[in-house]
Design a binder for this molecule. Structure first.
Ligand SMILES: [Zn+2]
Length: 203
């Protein structure tokens, strides 16, 4: 079943965190994967998080049709990146250092991605990615976002929707008093409240 943008809540507050949240839940050994194929990745990037313009997504869809083998490899790389970023950010949310192998792999992927970044004097200076039809382009955007979060954000605001009632999704808490606990009240916060209420009544 292909990804419908309404299926997935965008609650991470940062592109890289929303990318990690394309599987549900992190505490489930066989979670639902919203990224079934490259078309899903493009729909997510364009319609869910607005990282790709319609023209960019069309260009990448054309490139994917022309290169099915490379598209498969890109999806394998996307899933590996998602697992790695999950481990790095899950550790960061606990205030822990990442695994050395994950950090090395992340740095290699980042160096490769940033080698494709160009300054362009469009309407105001902007970052662009070259070539524009590279299948990895959405992953490059995710990697750049991950580097920005790790170097520029207040990591004490990086949180994980908690076990056992939550789903393990990651999010950046921008609430004034840092009180956000759940990825979303609808999917995790309210059901957890209901469960606690029922447990109290049974007890
Ligand atoms: Zn949750």
């Amino acid at each position: 079943m292909s990804l419908q943008p309404a299926d997935i809540e965008v609650v991470g507050g940062r592109l890289c965190l929303d990318f990690v949240n394309t599987r549900h839940s992190h505490f489930d050994p066989q979670p639902r994967d919203y990224l079934g194929d490259y078309a899903d990745l493009l729909r997510w990037a364009q319609d869910c998080v607005g990282a790709l313009s319609p023209a960019q997504a069309r260009r990448l869809a054309r490139a994917a049709r022309a290169h099915p083998r490379r598209t498969e490899a890109t999806m394998a790389a996307a899933r590996a990146l998602r697992d790695r970023l999950y481990r790095v950010f899950e550790a960061a949310a606990r205030g822990a250092a990442p695994d050395r192998a994950d950090l090395d792999a992340l740095n290699r992927a980042l160096a490769e991605a940033l080698a494709h970044r160009r300054l362009a004097p469009d309407a105001g200076w902007q970052w662009r990615w070259e070539p524009e039809d590279a299948l990895e382009l959405p992953l490059w955007q995710v990697l750049a976002s991950a580097a920005e979060v790790l170097t520029g954000d207040d990591l004490s605001r990086l949180k994980q929707c908690p076990a056992p009632d939550g789903c393990g999704w990651l999010f950046y808490d921008v609430s004034k008093n840092r009180s956000r606990r759940w990825c979303s009240m609808r999917t995790c916060g309210n059901p957890a409240k209901v469960r606690r209420f029922q447990q109290r009544h049974r007890a």
